[in-house]
Design a protein around this ligand. Structure first.
Ligand code: GLN
Length: 539
């Protein structure tokens, strides 16, 4: 029988519910349990695919092509188990399902209401992964903060769920903030007390409190919180600010969060969690023997969450290479032909980011011209790959005005063109080429050296693609297609023959990088940047 853990948040947002959920899941997994995490988001969009990255951070794409919340990226990076559409549900999706059922006559004669119809649909979705039989424990993170109007139906559904399943089968972990008042020199428990009261008003007694804090929480304060919030003292867990999110599982182990959870769910603790490879990763992460500076050229750089998976992939690949990767965020709009050396000259590698629309695209192209001509390692992802095709077309092949039809519909040289099956699509939500597709790698290429195999699969999110009418010209001039989709013939990877590292991927490799499996292209890119450092030193 599957057991359920709900994670709610109080006091403020950004307390790290996603990281706590992923850390707990990691410990339970390391004890031999099959665990998954799902996120329920209270906003009305059907999914975050149509949201601006400035609003919501990166949109994380799953194997099955769902556009989801970036927390799913953390779940995958920690657990090394893929998630799917079922792992991310929004208010919009819940209402859409209920309204569709109403139109089909499923509730004939009844008034359709938040309770019970919406809450029933929420509970049905909360159980889908548990009922698959694939998991012993399902952790459900409720987005937003308790008390928000939007999240009320989810909180009510948790109350009903817990009542239906019984205390040994479902529990609630509530995350709160214990702020430090510098003037008083004290940690304050009142916000935690109030936020637990808010939960109690909705009929939920939390079982465990995870208290986010900047300073250690003393036994006295733990006792006070336990007393005022009706929990055992061992159910008051300190979550202290950590240097890296990857430290949190070990901090939670020290606080015995996993043990407390298992005892409340009446599950055996099994073996102590085997965290050896995790510790090995942390050891490499914290003891680098070299350092590289990589520029991330993109249009959403003011909000680093917009490139979350890329940043994390650098952390994994850096640890693998025992190299500290310093990522410098460079707004593509600020790069021009006449300042590009000043902007990029000090870097050991440049990554040109994914994106949509015209803002900043010429800056990306200028950046690519510079790194191509100066033998600086380059990695282009999705729009970044498309830009390197445009740059090569314009400046090497002499295709004046070459462009992607996303930016210039009337370009004389549409080297990047809308995919055939996208041309008749009018709706914007969930209609791109999404999710995992196979790709065949050509032997003897840099891509092959990275992957070490011929058949791979990567995740996608795009509408435009390399125009195969130009392929022969490109290959003759030294830009080769080293990865091709075997079914549709779409070009998935391009690279330059005569360059230390110049690779562009139409897919998003960052989405598949995990602590246990750093992505091979990121590993090679970081290694190329390390070579660049050595080259500079010998000059
Ligand atoms: N805008 C481009 C396309 O739709 C690239 C998308 C991306 O970078 N994810 O093809």
């Amino acid at each position: 029988m599957t057991k359920y853990i709900f994670v709610t948040g109080g006091v403020t947002s950004s307390l790290g519910k996603g990281i706590i959920s992923a850390s707990l899941a990691k410990l339970l997994q390391a004890r031999g349990y099959r665990v998954t995490i799902q996120k329920f988001d209270p906003y009305i969009n059907i999914d975050p695919g149509t949201l601006n990255p400035y609003e919501h951070g990166e949109c994380f794409v799953t194997e099955d092509g769902a556009e989801t919340d970036l927390d799913l990226g953390h779940y995958e990076r920690f657990l090394n188990v893929p998630t799917s559409q079922a792992n991310n549900i929004t208010t919009g999706r819940i209402y859409q399902n209920v309204i569709n059922k109403e139109r089909q006559g499923e509730f004939l004669g009844k008034t359709v209401q938040v309770v019970p119809h919406i809450t029933d649909e929420i509970k049905r979705n909360m159980r889908i992964l548990g009922e698959s039989g694939d998991y012993d424990i399902v952790i459900t993170e409720i987005g937003g903060t308790v008390g928000d109007i939007e999240s009320l139906p989810f909180v009510e559904a948790v109350r009903q769920f817990k009542w239906e399943e019984g205390n040994n089968n479902a529990l609630v972990i509530h995350l709160t903030l214990v702020p430090y008042l510098a003037a008083a020199g004290e940690l304050k428990t009142k916000p935690t007390q109030h936020s637990v009261k808010a939960l109690l008003e909705y009929g939920i007694q939390p079982d465990i409190l995870v208290c986010r804090t900047e300073h250690p929480i003393s036994q006295d304060i733990r006792r006070k919180i336990a007393l005022f919030c009706n929990v055992n003292i061992n159910a008051v867990v300190e979550s202290i600010d950590a240097p890296s999110i990857y430290d949190v599982p070990l901090l939670m182990y020290k606080e015995q969060l996993d043990k407390t959870v298992l005892s409340k769910l009446k599950l055996p603790t099994k073996a102590e969690p085997s965290m050896e490879s995790w510790k090995d990763f942390l050891g490499r992460l914290k003891n680098p023997t070299s350092e590289v500076k990589i520029g991330l050229v993109g249009k959403y750089v003011e909000l680093p969450d917009a490139y979350k998976s890329i940043t994390e992939a650098f952390i994994h690949a850096g640890a693998k290479n025992e190299c500290k990767v310093r990522v410098e965020y460079i707004p593509s709009e600020s790069v021009f032909a006449d300042n590009v050396k000043e902007k990029l000259g000090h870097l050991d590698g440049v990554l040109v980011a994914p994106g949509f629309g015209s803002r900043g695209i010429e800056g990306k192209i200028d950046a690519i011209k510079y790194v191509r001509e100066n033998n600086v390692p380059f990695f282009g992802i999705c729009l970044g790959m498309q830009c390197c095709v445009i740059e090569f077309g314009r400046n090497v092949l002499g295709l004046t005005g070459a462009n992607t039809t996303e930016i210039d519909e009337n370009t004389p040289h549409p080297v990047i063109n809308m995919m055939e099956d996208q041309k008749n699509i009018t709706e914007k939500g969930g209609t791109m080429r999404l999710g995992a597709y196979p790709c065949d790698i050509k032997k003897g290429t840099k891509a092959f050296a990275a992957y070490g195999k011929q058949h791979i699969s990567e995740r996608h999110r795009h509408r435009y693609e390399f125009n195969n009418a130009y392929l022969a010209q490109y290959e003759a001039a030294g830009m080769i297609a080293s990865g091709i989709n075997p079914e549709s013939n779409l070009v998935e990877i391009v690279e330059l023959k005569n360059h230390p590292f110049f690779v562009g991927g139409q897919f998003h490799p960052e989405l598949k990088s995990t602590v246990a499996n750093p992505h091979p292209l990121f590993i090679k890119f970081v290694a190329a940047a390390m070579e660049q450092v050595k080259k500079k030193a010998t000059k």
